[in-house]
Ligand binder design. Structure first.
Ligand code: ZN
Length: 466
């Protein structure tokens, strides 16, 4: 069927829906949807419900299972179709307790938190002199075996930026640092938190042990306490620290992804996939990471369905076990590997509730004009054109890497890493107006993508992380 006939047939079928097949009308319809979304409180009610009724939901825990039950009920109550859980296995972990104390002549307690996945110390803890490194590279440059009997401390600071681009570098000391320290003989690793606040909160987050190295305990210090330790080490260079942690890895546990669909009217097997992650770290209530994402995509899809049935299916996926390393995302790709060509777009909300200010595209060159048409509708909400390269976001980057088209809605992340992975990640940090702006953007975006003639196609080169 040629393009003209498609339009004609669509118009006949859609008579009474004011010829929504035509781009101009589609834009007009999306603009009406935006006005509705701006005043809707649905998103707020979703994130309040999740963070209050479930609270923290560590990957693989009973709390994350309760979150899946919550999600299934919430999606069913909202009228989503095909609501179900896709379970998968993962290695579980318990945080336990932590105590970090400075020895004589300056005895005092420092604020620290275990890194996710870390083993604990032996009972009674580890007492050893600490060696400070200004950066992960400086630790790498230390000789193999040179840290025998010592605790290593990486003190590099994270740079605050609107896009959160300081995190990519900061996170390396957290994920790779423990095994690099172990290879050099260290008994344990401390890092300055990958975070930008001075609220005396340590930022947790996952580590990744290298199987070739011994596993050592690893923890993050708050920025305030990293400063303090630096001053103490300037007074006494071989200062002893005592670290006691009861964290442990607990073997195989279950997690799962939760799925719900707004079924399309014309091409129900073609999918616009909106992602967020359901798990959170356990210290806050996972409001900005990633309760807001769950609320944004769910409210957006629901508001679309109340406005007009989309032509393609809009699917929400709440990924499980994002924080320990995109485990749910990989399970989704594996389970759906034969249907990936039916996914015409992926986009994930996983960067708090800061306003969306740019749109990055990971699509075929030939589809850029279609994306530009969407951007014109989003422009009054403050959205600017971004890069012509996008992964779509955290979990869905596993899908775009496997060849799906992707668009990333870039949020203002200036304050995100003040709260990220801390006890301070709670509901009160969310600005309702900013949340509504995100929902308006996603709703209009999802509707327009679902109704775009010819759909979207993957970029000529596979997407890479932005
Ligand atoms: Zn997240």
């Amino acid at each position: 069927m040629n393009h003209f006939k498609t339009l004609l047939v669509s118009s006949i079928f859609m008579a009474g829906m004011s010829g929504a097949a035509m781009a101009g009308d589609s834009a007009a319809s999306a603009k009406v949807l935006i006005e509705k979304a701006k005043t809707s409180t649905l998103g707020w009610s979703i994130v309040q419900s999740l963070t209050t009724e479930v609270g923290p939901r560590l990957a693989g825990s009973a709390a994350e299972e309760r979150a899946r039950d919550w999600a299934v009920k919430k999606l069913a109550d909202l009228g989503f179709a095909n609501v179900h859980v896709e379970p998968f296995e993962m290695e579980g972990w318990q945080r336990g307790s932590i105590a970090l104390n400075v020895g004589d002549p300056y005895p005092q307690r420092l604020v620290a938190t275990a890194l996710g996945g870390s083993i604990g110390t032996p009972v009674g803890g580890i007492t050893a002199p600490v060696v400070r490194f200004e950066s992960l590279q400086d630790l790498r440059d230390a000789k193999i075996g040179s840290l025998k009997g010592k605790i290593a401390f990486i003190d590099s600071k994270m740079t605050r930026t609107q896009r959160g681009s300081g995190y990519g570098q900061a996170v390396q000391k957290r994920s790779a640092g423990p095994s690099i320290a172990a290879e050099r003989g260290a008994l344990a690793l401390l890092i300055r938190s990958a975070g930008t606040d001075y609220q005396r909160n340590a930022h947790t987050g996952g580590l990744r042990y290298d199987d070739k190295q011994p596993r050592i305990p690893a923890a993050a210090l708050s920025n305030n306490d990293a400063d303090q330790l630096g001053r103490l080490l300037a007074l006494k260079s071989d200062l002893p620290l005592s670290l006691s942690m009861s964290s442990k890895r607990i073997g195989k546990v279950m997690s799962g992804n939760v799925i719900g669909d707004i079924v399309g009217s014309e091409y129900p097997d073609e999918i616009v996939l909106l992602g967020a992650h359901l798990d959170s770290w356990d210290e806050g209530t996972g409001a900005i990471d990633d309760g807001t994402g769950v609320a944004i995509i769910t409210a957006a899809a629901k508001l679309v369905s109340m406005h007009a049935q989309p032509k393609r299916t809009i699917r929400v996926v709440f990924f499980g076990a994002e924080e320990p390393g995109l485990i749910g995302a990989r399970a989704y790709v594996k389970k759906h590997k034969d249907e990936l060509d039916k996914i015409i777009m992926v986009s994930e909300s996983d960067f708090g509730s800061g306003r969306i200010w740019r749109m990055d595209t990971g699509i075929a060159k030939a589809d850029e004009a279609k994306a530009d048409a969407i951007l014109r509708v989003l422009a009054p909400l403050g959205v600017l054109p971004g890069a012509r390269m996008a992964s779509g976001g955290s979990d869905v980057s596993a899908l775009s890497a496997a060849g799906t088209p992707a668009i990333t809605m870039g949020q203002n992340g200036w304050e995100y890493f003040d709260l990220h992975h801390t006890p301070n990640d709670t509901l009160d940090k969310i600005d309702p107006d900013d949340l509504a702006q995100n929902i308006a953007v996603y709703a209009a975006f999802a509707l327009m993508v679902a109704n775009t003639e010819g759909g979207f196609h993957p970029p000529e080169k596979p997407a890479s992380e932005e």
